[in-house]
Write a protein that binds this ligand. Structure first.
Ligand code: NDP
Length: 504
């Protein structure tokens, strides 16, 4: 595999660079972050830690480029053309991007390939949306024609997490560029590899210099500076609720728009009339896909009392067959945890669950097999006998850990489902369509499913209620996050108003 590992002047091997104003440059800060393969702890690159001054300079460049109009004043058709060039570039490098994602994040090849494919489809979707978007116009009063137009906001700061490095970057980059903004992407410090490759692809397109910048560095310096800066007009962030709250406070200075996609503790309700095999299949997919490091993971399983025993038997039987292993092994079905720090956080939660009195019925440990112990692997883990006040029921663990509760009646299921500060996702399994729809409409969450889990499309708005965030990604809603809306009132037959007549 060949990608831009740059030899640096410090005595180390592989350096990544920042991409500012169309150039790849070294950060002035000699301090670097080791980029680790979580499946074996090998160092795969050294990433720079951009400074506050570099971040401020980059924001200034993005602002000047925006004001110059080289991108912001291009027609939607011209912008669509560039988005298609980026999509084609991703398609041409699909294997390389997939391998980089596997190596850096630890996910499986199947998962990474799906992410990269979704990423290129997102660019294609926004290209087609641009070509189909028309302004609204109407006659507000006699001879007064009103136009409602959408305009870019200015500089968009895009802060992404480590769980879907390329996909979360693209969910923000594609609509932000489509709308005509200048952008600054800040990937998570530990997973910069696919962002670097994506910017190499962008560099080869007709996107003017200075429209898209890439800053590698820490959240506390680069992310915080972007969130606070008066030069940034909109911040789009995906990550923890705690950092989301900090970003909202930092954004208050210039009242910049914020779009936040945060955590979840999503309920998955299984009724006694569900197709049990289907429910087991999706319930496992709902929590163990991505090793549970997914914002919408179905981490709370609510099972109707009278089918609990038969459901659990089938659920455990299948859960025990999940093949955990390095993402680059085609047989692996669940990959590594992204970092040692995050693995320890998950293991701490498992310990908390035991101490709180929950019953551990599957897994619960780091995997110590010879081929896995060099990496960060945790067994699929299942707790039962939990109560609603336990931390493992209330807090986002963000790992392969599910808690199972039972309920008697429909109202109990709805009550349990909504007994959380979060409101990101939820699902219902039942063969009674009317009941399933009645219940899912009462679940206070933005992304929901009936008789499936995790299935969604680029057209559909993605985001949460309550502390799971503000705003929506994807679809036409995603474009709105990066646009201002203006009314233009045009007199078709202008006459003096004579409001002030100067009468004595
Ligand atoms: P964070 O929310 O800390 O990180 C997400 C992104 O925000 C990263 O790019 C990070 O930078 C950046 N960031 C951190 N601090 C700031 C700040 N003050 N201002 C601006 N940007 C900042 O997530 P963690 O990686 O710490 O994970 C902790 C928990 O967050 C997880 O256990 C999980 O519960 C949740 N999470 C939720 C995600 C989701 O999809 N909703 C995704 C990831 C995590 P950097 O890391 O480079 O310093």
């Amino acid at each position: 595999m060949k990608f831009r590992f740059i030899k640096g002047e410090w005595d180390m091997t592989k350096y990544l660079k920042l991409f500012i104003n169309g150039e790849w440059i070294h950060s002035a800060n000699p301090e670097t972050q080791d980029v680790i393969n979580p499946a074996n702890q090998e160092v795969i690159a050294k990433a720079p830690k951009a400074t506050k001054e570099e971040t401020e300079k980059t924001i200034h460049i993005a602002k000047s480029t925006f004001e110059s109009g080289v991108w912001s004043e291009r027609t939607p058709g011209e912008r669509a053309e560039v988005l298609l060039q980026i999509a084609n570039g991703i398609e041409a490098h699909l294997n390389e991007l997939t391998e980089l994602e596997v190596m850096n994040n630890g996910k499986t090849i199947r998962e990474a390939e799906a992410d990269v494919t979704d990423a290129l489809n997102t660019f294609r979707y926004y290209a087609s949306l641009l070509q189909n978007q028309t302004d609204e116009t109407f006659e507000a009063e006699k001879d007064l024609q009103t136009m409602i137009v959408k305009e870019p906001m200015g500089v968009a700061g895009l802060i992404v997490p480590w769980n879907f490095p390329i996909l979360m970057s693209v969910w923000k980059i594609a609509p932000a560029l489509a709308a005509g903004n200048s952008i600054i992407l800040k990937p998570a410090e530990i997973t910069p590899m696919t962002a670097v490759k994506l910017y190499e692809i962008i560099e080869q397109t007709d996107l003017p210099k200075g429209v898209a910048q890439l800053l590698l560095g820490t959240g506390s310096v680069v992310g915080q500076t972007i969130a606070e800066s008066e030069g940034v007009d909109v911040v789009s962030f995906t990550g923890s609720t705690q950092v989301g709250q900090r970003i909202m406070q930092a954004a208050a200075g210039n009242l910049k728009k914020v779009s936040l996609e945060l955590g979840g503790k999503s309920p998955n309700i299984i009724f006694n009339d569900a197709d049990i095999d289907l429910a087991v299949d999706y319930a496992l997919f709902g929590i163990f896909m991505g090793a549970g490091q997914v914002c919408t993971s179905g981490s709370r399983l609510l099972v109707q009392e009278d089918i609990y025993a038969s459901f659990i038997e089938k659920y455990l039987e299948k859960a025990k067959t999940i093949q955990v292993g390095p993402g680059n092994n085609v047989n692996s079905e669940m990959g590594a945890i992204v970092s040692e720090k995050h693995m320890n956080s998950i293991l701490d939660y498992i310990q908390v669950g035991k101490e709180e009195g929950a019953r551990l019925i599957l897994g619960g440990s780091r995997m110590e097999e010879v081929d896995l112990k060099k990496g960060f692997f945790i067994e699929p883990t299942v707790f039962t006998d939990v109560t609603s006040d336990m931390r493992i029921v209330r807090e986002e663990i963000f790992g392969p850990v599910v808690v199972i509760q039972t309920f008697k009646e429909e109202e109990d299921a709805i009550h349990l489902a909504n007994d959380t500060d979060y409101g990101l996702a939820g699902a219902v399994f039942s063969q009674d369509q009317a009941k399933a729809i009645r219940v899912i409409k009462k679940v206070r969450a933005g992304i929901t499913w009936v008789n499936n889990y995790h299935l969604s499309s680029v057209q559909s708005p993605w985001g949460g209620y309550k502390t799971s965030g503000i705003g929506r990604s994807l679809g036409k809603y995603g474009l709105d996050e990066y646009q201002e809306t203006k009314q233009i009132n045009i007199s078709m037959n202008a006459e003096q108003l004579d409001w002030f007549e100067g009468k004595k």
